[in-house]
Design a protein. Structure first.
Length: 312
């Protein structure tokens, strides 16, 4: 996720976690949306360059790791939306309360039911890094509700921007159903136009009655939110290293992602492109099958016989 580079489907990598991609002449440098955009650039770039996120964008996401990431999101959004509900009438947050359009807890519960079964609640637990994130959200919601703006902005604006890229990558790489089971988290049925909604959300943020000091604290809290996300990503990356390599249907190993991707134009996981696996690796794996080896041997024998006849 680097802001100067372009990622899948034409979305800049700096838009994966949250987005302020549209220039608006009516925005003032002192508006909260502009302060957040400028004040979180460095954190944004660091978060989007974690190994977990880079691997995800390449389609190198193991199903077990994706399931754990979904668990982390469930606990994070459960905390965030609990505190948003608590502060829905607070003047420092009420204008940004869009439960029908934005809330993700129920969608994540559906995803976890798909991955873990009916008894999913008994099988999942909050990880250490996620718990730190959750604790901070609860503290903010109960003691400094104006800072909830930072957490809502960081999460939801990202979900509506680069999150839509991750949805497509996950669906393809993990061979999830076209009916979107397992990726309900990324589906916003009550938002018909994401770009327009983000503009509305930023306008509501800018209309909040906040002094300069409070705006600075919100920017600082947004940077803190990015750090919590990075800690969760790092935790997932460490877990991922201990998991076995995923396999495609038929038992063929998934392309390891090493080397220059441009030299393998059919690589299925290349940032948002459709297609099957790398033809070289697929052919190599196929050639190891006994039946295929027998057919190849017969073809070689026929070709050798034909060549001998031609040379006589």
């Amino acid at each position: 996720m680097q802001s100067a580079m372009e990622g899948p489907e034409g979305v800049e990598e700096g838009e994966i976690l949250c987005s302020e991609e549209t220039e608006d002449d009516s925005v003032s440098p002192t508006d909260l949306s502009e302060l957040l955009k400028e004040g979180t650039k460095e954190s944004h770039d660091r978060a989007e360059n974690t190994q977990f996120v880079k691997d995800f964008l390449k389609g190198r996401i193991k199903k077990e790791l994706f399931k754990l990431a979904t668990v982390a999101l469930y606990f994070t959004y459960s905390a965030l939306e609990e505190e948003m509900d608590r502060n829905k009438d607070s003047p420092v947050f009420a204008p940004l309360y869009f439960p029908l359009e934005l809330h993700r807890r129920e969608a994540l519960a559906k995803d976890l039911k798909y991955f873990y079964g009916e008894d999913w609640e008994e099988k999942v637990q909050c990880s250490e890094a996620t718990q730190h994130y959750v604790d901070r959200i609860h503290h903010v919601g109960q003691h400094e509700p104006e800072l909830l703006v930072a957490h809502a902005y960081t999460r939801y604006m990202g979900d509506l921007s680069g999150g839509q890229v991750l949805k497509k990558v996950a669906q393809r790489a993990l061979k999830l159903p076209s009916t979107e089971e397992g990726i309900q988290f990324y589906t916003f049925d009550s938002i018909s136009n994401a770009q327009q909604f983000k503009q509305l959300y930023r306008a509501r943020m800018n209309a909040l009655d906040l002094d300069k000091n409070t705006k600075e604290r919100i920017v600082e809290e947004a940077n803190r939110a990015f750090r919590f996300n990075m800690q969760v990503f790092d935790e997932l990356d460490k877990i991922g290293r201990s998991l076995p390599e995923a396999t495609q249907d038929g038992g063929f190993p998934v392309h390891d992602g090493k080397g220059d991707l441009r030299k393998c134009p059919y690589y299925a996981d290349k940032l948002g492109k459709a297609g099957s696996s790398c033809p070289y690796h697929a052919a190599s794996a196929l050639a190891k099958q006994p039946l295929v080896q027998l057919i190849l041997a017969a073809c070689v024998a026929v070709a050798a016989g034909a060549a001998a006849w031609y040379l006589m």
